[in-house]
Design a protein around this ligand. Structure first.
Ligand SMILES: [Zn+2]
Length: 170
């Protein structure tokens, strides 16, 4: 995913130039000096397990259309990240969940999105795909469907590692 480049200064509408500022090429205004700093976006996803299987959605949005991913989405400005994770899970799967742990933060060089991955437990609701999902279902880790994001493989590997450590005490 690449960041769209602004063409005009938001303060004075002068066409922007690329300038190296703090070691990175950034759009800058030759007229008033305004520099555009692009912020990362934060997404939150949930690992929700039932009988050792993990809840996935088949994506109905442009990015990865028809492929599967963990339920999740972007955090609104001012929204508590855990609340965003639970909200997105509910919107996409119909299940009410309570976030109970942070698995980790996932980011890649040049990728504007930082993903916060949480574990969550079902508290209610009925499994049904929301408007941005084509299907939703639980899958065993050794028989996952085709994933939209390699990041989800990384998140699930981490989750499996933690789950197997937890089960050693049983
Ligand atoms: Zn300007």
């Amino acid at each position: 995913m690449t960041t769209p480049r602004d063409k005009y200064c938001a303060s004075c509408a002068t066409p922007l130039e690329q300038r190296e500022i703090f070691g990175t090429e950034r759009p800058a205004c030759p007229e008033c000096g305004r520099v555009v700093f692009y912020d990362p976006k934060v997404a939150a996803v949930c690992v929700i397990a039932r009988d050792g299987k993990v809840l996935m959605i088949r994506r109905g949005t442009d990015l990865g259309y028809g492929l599967w991913s963990l339920p999740g989405g972007f955090v609104d400005r001012g929204e508590v990240v855990e609340s965003a994770a639970a909200r997105e899970a509910w919107e996409e799967t119909g299940l009410e969940v309570a976030v109970d742990g942070l698995l980790g933060l996932f980011s890649l060089p040049g990728d504007p999105v930082i993903v916060a991955a949480f574990t969550a437990q079902e508290t209610g609701g009925t499994l049904a795909p929301g408007p941005e999902a084509l299907e939703t279902d639980f899958f065993p880790l050794d028989a996952l469907p085709e994933l939209a994001f390699s990041r989800d493989t990384e998140i699930l590997a981490l989750w499996r590692g933690i789950a197997s450590i937890d089960s050693q005490g049983d």
